[in-house]
Ligand binder design. Structure first.
Ligand SMILES: [Mn+2]
Length: 324
């Protein structure tokens, strides 16, 4: 269960300038763990710690200290890379998950990877993985507490954000007693618990209502009603100006009797972002890997191209295998 941080501390100690990259389509774990590590490293007296994400950054995490210092794709496209002692890749199981940040490899002396996905296929001078941890932020909590790195309120806020979002506010099967104990410790650092949870789990953007209504009306059930599919075609996404549709996942995977929720969003003509959510022993990481994606046993994703009818058929074929 414990993560092996043997060489990690040495790499962190040796570096004076550090670049941190999380994944594209950033979530609370990617952003939260990146920022927590930034605060901790700055606290250790590092000269420069820059956080990158090759995407636009959802502003629902703007309560994080220095949130506006995260370097998004707009920054990346308009500024040259500088040189770093260490490049740290967080919460990413494959190289393409970090987008253009892969170029940082050529601008850093050493590369460190910390990730909690299943089957991490990404290289570094040191790669620490632990798929038993609910979040990369939970691995960082372990790193900090085991090595007497002080967790202040900013770090606690970022780590709590990471852990709460990846566990669905401590509901998903990845939630352990360790996660709860860690959360309790973080709450004791004086974080604004209620605001963070309301912000991340309760409030929704009312602009999604028309798109959500469409998605729910058109939700379909397959494989003896064990799989629910919510499909949002490009014309609906455009018509209702839908950004994130992660709220839709809940409705697919939480219908009674459903063991796999499939959420398909056509982001460009014939290009589909697919998210999978499953219950119990149904391993949707394997389904995602079949299509070149990845993730966790009960939550994964991938991109697939083609005609929707064929795409759906292919996906359901793999989902059927995961249900067998
Ligand atoms: Mn994560």
């Amino acid at each position: 269960m414990k993560s092996n941080f043997g060489k990690t501390l040495q790499l962190l100690k040796q570096a004076n300038t550090v670049a941190i990259a999380g994944h594209i389509r950033p979530d609370g774990d990617s952003i939260g763990s990146s920022m927590a590590l930034r605060y901790a490293l700055l606290g250790m007296g590092k000269k420069a710690v820059d956080v990158f994400t090759d995407d636009s950054i959802p502003d629902n995490f703007d309560y994080l200290h220095d949130f506006d210092k995260i370097r998004d794709s707009k920054y990346i496209d308009n500024n040259p890379w500088r040189e770093y002692d260490l490049f740290i890749i967080l919460d990413s199981s494959t190289e393409d998950r970090i987008g253009k940040c892969t170029q940082l490899r050529a601008h850093a002396k050493k590369v460190l990877v910390i990730d909690h996905h299943q089957n991490t296929r990404i290289e570094g001078d040191e790669v620490v993985t632990n798929s038993q941890r609910a979040a990369t932020g939970e691995m960082l909590y372990e790193l900090f507490t085991e090595n007497n790195i002080e967790i202040n309120r900013d770090i606690a806020t970022a780590l709590y954000t990471a852990m709460a979002t990846d566990t669905g506010c401590f509901v998903h099967v990845n939630t352990t007693s360790y996660a709860h104990r860690a959360a309790a410790e973080l709450i004791d650092k004086g974080i604004d618990l209620n605001a963070i949870n309301y912000n991340n789990f309760k409030v929704y953007n009312r602009n999604i209502i028309p798109g959500l209504a469409y998605a729910l009306r058109n939700m379909k059930f397959f494989l003896n009603d064990q799989a629910a599919v919510v499909y949002t075609p490009l014309k609906i996404i455009k018509k209702h100006n839908l950004g994130e549709i992660h709220q839709f996942k809940k409705f697919a995977s939480e219908a009674d009797g459903v063991r796999v929720g499939v959420i398909v969003a056509e982001r460009q003509k014939g290009v589909f972002n697919v998210s999978l959510r499953s219950h119990g022993n149904v391993n949707v990481a394997a389904v995602a890997e079949h299509f070149g994606g990845g993730g966790h046993k009960n939550a994964s994703g991938f991109i697939i191209t083609g005609k929707y009818k064929k795409v759906l058929k292919d996906i359901l074929e793999q989902v059927a295998e995961s249900l067998a």
